[in-house]
Design a protein around this ligand. Structure first.
Ligand code: GAR
Length: 208
């Protein structure tokens, strides 16, 4: 169980901007977590802007990206080897825009988490905000969940809602949701690392 350890070492995997990665590290630096420590970050995309934030922090930045490997499985094996060497217990996906393969899933069973900008199971996959606006729902939000082999389909850890306005564009909606993502992700990470929990069928249950 994650929460039984005195310190939980986290690795972050991203693809782009990295604002969720920044928010998690800022929460850590503000003393929000009792156990969670972000020790490394990697990107599948070369030069992802999010990586720059690690530069002056005590966070190892893995220097290879997916293009350095023949297959996604080889990239995943690199992530496993390097992050296990650094003692990573929990893998945090923060805007990682690839399906997670078996190599990662087998390396961290029930210990990979993701954030998605919709109220899952609605609007999984790419372009969640566009899907949301196209459907015409009046409420949206964000979801933090454990990662399984499906597309944004793993057990849900936490969700927050925001209104969808008639005047919304993808930009305005994504900004409103992103503000909630930055709070929700750390809140969920704190709960799964500091509280006892279990998964019943697909429901994450926290001991109070
Ligand atoms: C976030 O909105 C995150 O929820 C989304 O990508 C954005 C990354 O932003 N992730 C997905 O859509 C995953 N299916 P960030 O790089 O600034 O954290």
């Amino acid at each position: 169980m994650l929460n039984e350890k005195a310190e939980i070492r986290a690795g972050v995997l991203l693809s782009g901007r990295g604002s969720n990665f920044r928010a998690i590290v800022q929460h850590e630096q503000a003393g929000y977590f009792r156990k969670l420590r972000v020790v490394c970050v990697a990107s599948n995309k070369a030069g992802a802007p999010g990586l720059a934030f690690a530069a002056d922090k005590d966070i190892v930045c893995l220097d290879k990206c997916a293009a350095d490997f023949e297959s996604l499985a080889d990239f995943e094996q690199y992530i496993v080897t390097e992050m296990k060497r650094l003692g990573v217990d929990l893998l945090i996906l923060a805007g990682y825009m690839r399906i997670v393969g078996k190599t990662l899933l087998d390396a961290w069973p029930c210990a990979i988490v993701n954030i998605h900008p919709s109220l899952l199971p609605s609007f999984p996959g790419l372009h969640a905000h566009a899907q949301t606006l196209r459907y015409g729902v009046k409420v949206s939000g964000c979801t933090v969940h454990f990662v399984d082999a499906g597309l944004d389909s793993g057990p849900i850890i936490g969700q927050r809602t925001v209104p969808v306005l008639d005047t919304d564009t993808e930009e305005t909606l994504s900004q409103r949701i992103l503000e909630q993502e930055h709070e929700l992700y750390s809140e969920c990470l704190k709960r799964i690392t500091e509280q006892a929990w279990s998964i019943h069928e697909r429901t994450v249950v926290f001991d109070s």
